[in-house]
Design a protein around this ligand. Structure first.
Ligand code: URA
Length: 238
């Protein structure tokens, strides 16, 4: 592991992480049994087939989506943002109030921390792709319902197929459990490579930045998760 650069030191400071953390500490690299099942795509009946759409057609489809009740309360759909050929795809839970207003994922306080977390491992926000399990905000920021996640999943799946990322980072328990269709705790999901059944993409799980804002003591563990992810996608290991 390379030494911490001045820039990374600043971002680690911003994240509230002491820089004396040992970076050569072995991170667990156990590979989970394949596959944990992903959410079932919504039934084909009455639902548009998005599996062949290009970016522009997919965006349009999402913008007009009425597949679940959330379309009645949204201000805007939140499609996703970033490098369409990114190596890392970051997946959160669902848009919050700021994202619903601006139409972009992770633009609020949690988004600022996400940016700092990425920069701490040398990545600008523009170098990754950021999306959510849901493209619309659930009222009062409640958890996504299984049927909403299932209705939205074909869009996310198509984004994954178009991006072909080396790795998905699932932010928080809800995103991880919906992606991996499991009820395993976040503590048990961390530190292991999972796989998305739909595409075979490796998935690493870490804390949601909103949780880290409430529980800064766990920022160090999130940083370790990102180093773990980085160790899996380093060029010399490809
Ligand atoms: N939390 C999320 O999970 N996603 C966002 O886009 C914003 C906050």
């Amino acid at each position: 592991m390379s030494p911490v650069s001045e820039q990374q030191r600043r971002y680690l400071d911003a994240m509230g992480i002491d820089v004396w953390v040992r970076r050569d500490q072995a991170l667990p690299a156990e590979v989970a049994p394949l596959p944990e099942s992903a959410p079932e795509p919504a039934s084909a009946e009455g639902r548009p087939d998005v599996s062949e759409l290009d970016w522009s057609a997919l965006r349009q489809q999402v913008a007009g989506c009425q597949l679940c009740e959330l379309h009645t309360s949204r201000t805007r759909t939140v499609f996703g943002v970033g490098d369409e050929q990114a190596r890392w795809l970051i997946i959160g839970e669902a848009p919050g109030v700021d994202e619903d207003r601006q139409g972009e994922p992770f633009v609020g306080r949690a988004g600022m921390l996400l940016n700092a977390m990425l920069q701490a491992v040398g990545l600008a926000r523009e170098q990754v792709y950021i999306a959510n399990i849901l493209k619309c905000r659930p009222p009062n920021n409640r958890d996504p319902r299984p049927e909403e996640a299932a209705a939205c999943f074909p869009y996310l799946r198509r984004q994954i197929e178009l991006i072909q990322p080396d790795l998905i980072i699932a932010l928080g328990r809800v995103a991880a459990q919906r992606l991996l269709d499991c009820t395993t705790s976040l503590a048990r999901l961390r530190g292991t490579v999972h796989r998305l059944e739909a595409t075979g993409t490796p998935v690493v799980v870490t804390y949601h930045p909103a949780y880290l804002l409430r529980t800064p003591a766990d920022k160090r563990k999130a940083w370790e998760d990102l180093l773990f992810a980085q160790s899996l996608t380093r060029d010399d290991q490809a």
